[in-house]
Design a binder for this molecule. Structure first.
Ligand code: C2E
Ligand code: MG
Ligand code: MG
Length: 443
């Protein structure tokens, strides 16, 4: 006996769709979310890590729906769903609860609360940003914002409904504090998240008000002559005083503020090189630190070219410092850009060399000019035998690859002696000079 069951299968599928998916947007519905959330809470507990739940409510959606009609509203919701789907990872779930409420669930990934919070802020900002882009509905443009409540699980609650409730509560707080914002459920999390969000706002402000300054640290050759310098950014905060780049560069990276900030660093460095030239205090070159995101900009090399041209400097006056991590994160792009920089005449240096990656094969393939031995290996020289071997190895490797090598974090005369004996002839560190404002820099 044969019977055609395809019709039955199709019907089953349809029932399944209706039961678990939102017919308008095609996103999972509340029921499916609850199901997945339950599993993810259990998994996060087992693996001792934190997942995150984001509760979104579009701002002023009702007004649009009432004034422009349901069709426009429906179209908008569909587009919101598409945008959410586009920015989340495959293992994440975006769901429509109903009305203009959406939820994004991210399974447990981070075992540190601070790290989980940090990444939740990042994703929340990404969601906010994507919703803030104009929508085109039936030929006209609409601007939208959303309020987002965030909670981590399984921190304060373990039942799926309770976790959603927390995110909902947080979302209301976001609405209360002016919409188009993010709010975290737990006070402890709110604190970390607040600090970050405040820092972000302050960096934006600081850029406008020129609170950033560059300090310059000398780099000497083996005769002790200052031949070059490294530009290091400082933030002169009106209340908190001098803030270290270690504190704000990571936030600037995450929020893309590193792009205007990094461009400013390069411009200001070039301006300073020119100013020293005119004062007859010319320096060979100045190295600037370029972070990964900055280097990944498609027009990074053109940007450098433009800045050099604007400042009327030749390309050999500027050196770009990149970390190993940013170099290997996309090797083809790196090779292309480094070649372009080389053609332009700008040299590149690998900063903090040695702490990054064990695979050194990439070194051969890259047009690098310099290796900068990380200060952690220099610190305990010459006593620490391991460090001594590592440093010697790096120096020999640089030699055989015909790369210039410089040591950073040089604090004692003994370290200089050791390095010189092994064949490293350039040094940077407190022993030679601390980073100082341009006016106090003596070459
Ligand atoms: P880095 O590029 O490896 O810079 C060297 C850091 O070591 C600097 O810290 C410098 O002040 C410090 N240092 C120099 N000599 C010595 C020494 O003898 N002993 C010790 N203990 N430390 C020494 P700083 O200025 O706090 O900068 C920290 C990091 O922040 C830099 O590490 C760099 O990665 C980043 N950074 C600084 N300026 C910029 C910038 O303009 N753009 C970007 N993207 N990152 C920057
Ligand atoms: Mg550096
Ligand atoms: Mg370094």
């Amino acid at each position: 006996m044969f019977s055609d069951i395809s019709e039955q299968k199709a019907a089953e599928r349809e029932i399944h769709e209706l039961a678990f998916y939102d017919p308008l947007t095609g996103l999972p519905n509340r029921r499916l979310l609850l199901d997945r959330l339950k599993q993810e809470i259990a998994a996060a507990k087992r693996q001792h890590c934190y997942g995150a739940l984001f509760f979104l409510d579009l701002d002023h959606f009702k007004t649009l729906n009432d004034s422009r009609g349901h069709q426009v509203g429906d179209e908008l919701l569909t587009q919101v769903a598409q945008r959410l789907r586009a920015i989340i990872r495959e293992e994440d779930t975006a769901c429509r609860l109903g009305g203009d409420e959406f939820i994004v669930m991210v399974p447990g990934r981070y075992s540190e609360l601070a790290q989980a919070t940090h990444h939740a802020v990042m994703l929340a900002e990404k969601i906010l940003h994507t919703i803030n882009q104009p929508f085109n509905v039936q030929g006209s443009e609409h601007h939208f914002s959303t309020s987002i409540g965030v909670t981590l699980f399984p921190e304060a609650a373990e039942q799926p409904e309770a976790v959603i409730q927390q995110a909902d509560t947080a979302m209301y707080r976001a609405k209360e504090s002016g919409r188009n914002g993010i709010s975290f459920y737990r006070p402890s999390m709110q604190e970390t998240a607040d600090r970050r969000l405040t820092l972000e706002k302050e960096i934006r402000e600081a850029l406008k008000q020129s609170q950033f300054v560059l300090h310059y640290q000398p780099q000497v050759d083996d005769s002790g002559r200052v031949v070059s310098a490294e530009a290091l950014i400082r933030w002169q905060h009106p209340q908190r005083g001098m803030i270290s780049p270690a504190e704000f560069i990571p936030v600037a990276e995450d929020t893309r503020l590193i792009l205007p900030l990094g461009e400013w660093v390069i411009r200001e460095t070039c301006r300073q090189i020119g100013a020293w030239d005119r004062e007859n205090r010319a320096i060979g070159h100045v190295a600037v630190n370029v972070s990964s995101r900055q280097f990944r900009q498609p027009d990074f090399v053109q940007q450098i070219e433009r800045i050099l041209a604007d400042a009327g400097l030749s390309a050999d006056r500027l050196v770009i410092e990149l970390t190993e991590g940013s170099v290997i994160s996309n090797i083809e792009d790196t090779v292309r850009k480094m070649r372009d920089l080389q053609t332009l005449g700008v040299k590149t240096s690998i900063d903090d060399f040695g702490i990054g990656y064990s695979s050194l094969s990439y070194l051969k393939t890259l047009p690098i000019s310099q290796l900068k031995i990380d200060q952690s290996f220099v610190k305990d020289l010459p006593e620490d035998q391991n460090d001594a071997v590592i440093v010697e190895t790096i120096i020999n490797m640089a030699k055989s690859l015909r790369l210039h090598v410089i040591a950073e974090g040089v604090e004692t005369a003994e370290q200089v002696l050791f390095l010189r004996e092994k064949g490293c002839l350039s040094y940077q560190g407190y022993h030679i000079g601390r980073p100082v404002p341009a006016a106090q820099f003596h070459s």
